[in-house]
Design a protein around this ligand. Sequence first.
Ligand SMILES: NC(=O)c1ccc[n+]([C@@H]2O[C@H](COP(=O)([O-])OP(=O)(O)OC[C@H]3O[C@@H](n4cnc5c(N)ncnc54)[C@H](OP(=O)(O)O)[C@@H]3O)[C@@H](O)[C@H]2O)c1
Length: 296
Amino acid sequence: MSKRILLTGAQGQLGSELRRRVSMMPIPYELLPTDQADLDISDMSQVESAITAFKPDVIINAAAYTAVDKAETEPDVAFAVNAKGPENLAKVAADADIHLIHISTDYVFNGQHCTPWKVNDPVEPINVYGESKLAGEQAIQRYHPDALIIRTAWVYSRYGNNFVKTMIELMNARSELGVISDQIGTPTHAGRLAEICLSAVDHPSCKGLYHWTDAGVASWYDFAQAVYEIGSSLGLINNYCQLNAITTADYPTPAQRPSFSVMDCQQSRRDFGFARHWREQLNMMLQELQGGSGSE
Ligand SMILES: NC(=O)c1ccc[n+]([C@@H]2O[C@H](COP(=O)([O-])OP(=O)(O)OC[C@H]3O[C@@H](n4cnc5c(N)ncnc54)[C@H](OP(=O)(O)O)[C@@H]3O)[C@@H](O)[C@H]2O)c1
């Protein structure tokens, strides 16, 4: 019998990639895609009704409040979605013996490291978004210890708004652009992350904390340079734009960001599948954009 998956945040980057992959799978999953308009995860009564009505085998929580800078002035909203939401899902899923797959972030770490963060390294978020996501992880661990939590980082996709699409727009409009070179992490394509979530659906014995990013390491400047090079070769960027490496201090933002958030993903590679280098994934995503399928 096909597995029934309740997906939250279905219109987001990860949610959209999940919907697309499920529609292409040879194994038929029965997917109920929901977004805030039909299932607000911060509302316990909506969570209870949706789960009772659909009776999923698995819930994938791709819903989140992801506006990192805005969260500094909207902590209540960030906590309602990123902490209360996962708590609601965890309570109802645990009671009904439903597997829960939840996505968290590298921003639970303070960035004061120079080797990849391991899953059990101490957490110490340095912004409200990170605090709210950590509270979500803790609620899940408390109410549904068998749930799977996958921390990821620097997510982009052909869907939604993200760094890659913003860079292409700016590079087409400007002759010069400063990009931060002293924050180091790993760009991660939401499409491959979606495949990892589906692999996890089929491995319900994998639980607890995992890290998943694409392979490799980059600064935002490296990432932007790759967008420029590949984007230009594909005709997505038709303008000379000089990229200048700048520091975090040169570009103050409301939220602080970790300076080093590369994560150790060894366990997830073993349990869920291989990773491509972030530049290869970026190339694939830009080719999709060039093919004209990036307007959603
Ligand atoms: N983006 C990144 O760089 C990044 C990095 C590390 C970790 N992550 C994590 O990865 C996961 C997926 O991120 P993403 O980039 O796909 O996020 P996204 O594109 O911002 O999508 C999040 C989705 O959640 C929905 N949502 C917001 N509040 C909701 C609520 N109360 N109830 C139900 N749905 C709600 C949003 O709807 P609206 O658009 O209507 O608000 C949106 O469709 C999240 O857990 C995020 O924290 C992301």
